[in-house]
Structure formats: C-alpha cells, structure tokens
Design a protein around this ligand. Structure first.
Ligand code: SF4
Length: 341
C-alpha cells in the first residue's frame, strides 16, 4: 500500500511504548512503525493508524437478499453487495481467502465514494446495501460513511459479519445498520481458536449488545463442518443460548461446508447433519431455523410461528409469497418477525 492510498483510521491510541494499539477488534494489534495488523488493511504510518480499505471495494454484485442469508428482511429484493480486502479472523476454511488474506493493492480494488455506491444501489433498483464478502468490521470507517449516506436516501444497510468487533467501535460501526447476519461459527472457544484464530466470547458479546442496544434485525449463520462444530450437545447449548439471550424469533441458518482453503481434506457436510441441526434448533424452541447449501424445501420455507402455515416458499434464491400479507400470516393473522417494508 502506498501512503497516498491510505485513509486515517479511527479507534486507536498510542500505548505506553509509543506503538499504535488498534482498538477496532478484539485482536488489539500493537503495531510498530511501518507494520500492518492481522487484517492486512490497517498500518502504522509515522505513529498513526491508517487504513487502505476506505473507499476501495473489490467489486460489486447484485444478489438476492436471501443469499446473505437474510430470510426475514425485505424478502425477495435485490441487495447491492461489496467488500474490500482484509479480514480480522483467520478461518482455515475461508471460501473467500484470495481477498480476505490480501491487501487492497494486491487484490485489484477500485475507488468508490459513499455517494457513488448509494447511487449505484438506486440505479440497480436495490433497496439495501450489504457490507459483505470479507468482514466489514475491517472497513468500519467506510461502512459508517456509506451507511449514513444510504440512510439519508432511504436505502437500508446490512452487515454480513463475524461479529468480532471491540466495544469501543461497535456503536459507531452499527449506528446506521438496519440488519445483520452474524456468523456464529461454533459454540466452542476451541473451534474459534484452532480454526478461526479468534475467540468465541467477543462474538457472543456483540450479539447480546446488538439485541439489547440496537434496533437492527439479526439473523445468524452457522457453517457446519463435519467433526468440528456439528456435535449435537454443542448445537443444543448453542440454540438454547440463542433462545435465552437473543430471543426465540431470531432466525438461524445452518449451512453445509465444502472443502476450501486449508481444509481441503475435510469431507463436505452430509445433508442429514444440516437438517438434524435445524431440528435441534426447533426442538430448542427457536421459531425459524433454515438450511443452506443443500436442497431442502422444508428447510428453506418460512412458516408462521403461531399456526405453522407456510408463508414464504423458497427455491434456492427464488421466493414465493404464499400466505404473507405485509408482515401478517394470511391463515391466522399472527405477525411474522422481521422487516417487510
Ligand atoms: S482491526 Fe485489524 S489491525 Fe485492528 S485489531 Fe483487528 S486485526 Fe488488528
């Protein structure tokens, strides 16, 4: 990264040894002169923290919002999606490692101002913008500016994130965020340490904080990896925790792993593992549990939590409104949790 491409970073201070301490995520990197953080995109330049991710998307996509995945937030609408280089976790199975493990200049990013991104969303007919692909925490300064601009134009903002963000930064980064899909990778710290090079507790803290302190709509995703995070007891503890701490109407998506990055020798997740996890969530009292990356009509359908009627039927990314009137079940009149307009 050249100095001219750097943008002043927020959330840092000098520590007692005069080194830069980044306070954006729970990794709290300490950076000597010229050094960059674990995420690759934050660097100590002359005793100040700079980011190379600001205004540097790696490209844009218009995705069905179900692909984020979000099933209860503006279903059936397209969402303008982008990410940058860099990531603050080190998942050994990352499906996007060519950009998450690179600097912006290595990954052929382009320049885009917040207003250009909002204009692009409008031009593409997208009522929302997703900060996604890599983890948007590492480009938090840019998220803030795009989301603020988007909010002023009635465009919603969605974080697709690992939730690995420090207390000092989260209020700023989530200030104008309308929805989040948070990747709850496992319910064991050992998994986070070995396979994501992070830790579980900060993610749980972020989730509880989001529920308690913000109005953002939250859905969760857990990618099930055979032998690593698919233990039934662990899934029971996880889904119990979700029901107690986040509420039974918090949707969860269980998705299937496919060999990737440094875990090419681990087999793909069997369909039964994913459908079994969904059943465990339902048995724990969660109202909306889904499966992803596998064919399952039942596991892709949204049902009324009150009478069980099918409300939204999905065929991969295509959504059919079966029995939903606004946010209300056409069969019994109960409200469906989520954001529908
Ligand atoms: S955001 Fe990047 S530089 Fe800052 S603590 Fe996290 S990994 Fe380190």
């Amino acid at each position: 990264m050249t100095t001219s491409e750097l943008y002043p970073a927020k959330w840092w201070r000098l520590n007692e040894k005069g080194r830069v301490l980044c306070e954006l995520c729970p990794r709290y990197c300490v950076l000597g002169e010229g050094k960059r953080g674990f995420c690759f995109v934050r660097k100590n330049v002359g005793g100040e923290l700079k980011t190379s991710a600001y205004g540097k998307p790696l490209g844009f996509g218009v995705d069905p919002i179900e692909k984020k995945p979000l099933n209860h937030f503006l279903p059936g609408t397209p969402i303008l999606s982008f990410g940058t280089a860099g990531c603050n976790l080190g998942c050994q199975y990352c499906q996007n490692w060519t950009s998450s493990k690179s600097e912006n200049d290595q990954a052929y990013s382009r320049r885009a101002a917040p207003e250009e991104i909002v204009e692009l969303a409008k031009r593409e007919g997208c009522p929302s913008i997703a900060y996604t692909y890599n983890d948007p925490v590492v480009f938090g300064e840019f998220v803030i500016d795009v989301a603020k601009r988007a909010s002023a134009e009635d465009i919603r903002s969605v974080m697709v994130t690992n939730g690995y963000i420090a207390e000092r930064a989260r209020e700023d980064v989530f200030a104008d965020i309308d929805a989040a899909n948070v990747d709850l990778k496992a319910f064991s710290d050992d998994f986070y340490k070995r396979l994501a090079l992070g830790s579980l507790a900060p993610v749980l803290e972020t989730l509880e904080w989001l529920r308690r302190e913000t109005d953002a709509w939250i859905e969760l995703t857990t990618l099930l990896i055979p032998g690593e995070n698919d233990d039934e007891d662990e899934l029971r503890r996880m889904t119990d925790w979700i029901g107690e701490r986040l509420g039974a109407e918090t949707p969860i998506h269980f998705t299937a792993f496919h060999p990737s990055f440094k875990m090419l020798d681990t087999p793909p997740t069997p369909v039964e593992t994913v459908t079994n996890a969904r059943q465990i969530a339902l048995d724990a009292g969660l109202k909306h549990a889904y499966v992803g990356n596998v064919a399952s009509q039942e596991g892709a359908t949204t049902y009324c939590a009150s009478c069980g009627a099918a409300l939204l039927a999905r065929n991969w990314r295509n959504v059919r409104f079966v029995n939903l009137e606004g946010d209300t079940c056409g069969a019994c009149g109960a409200k469906l949790a989520g954001v529908f307009a």
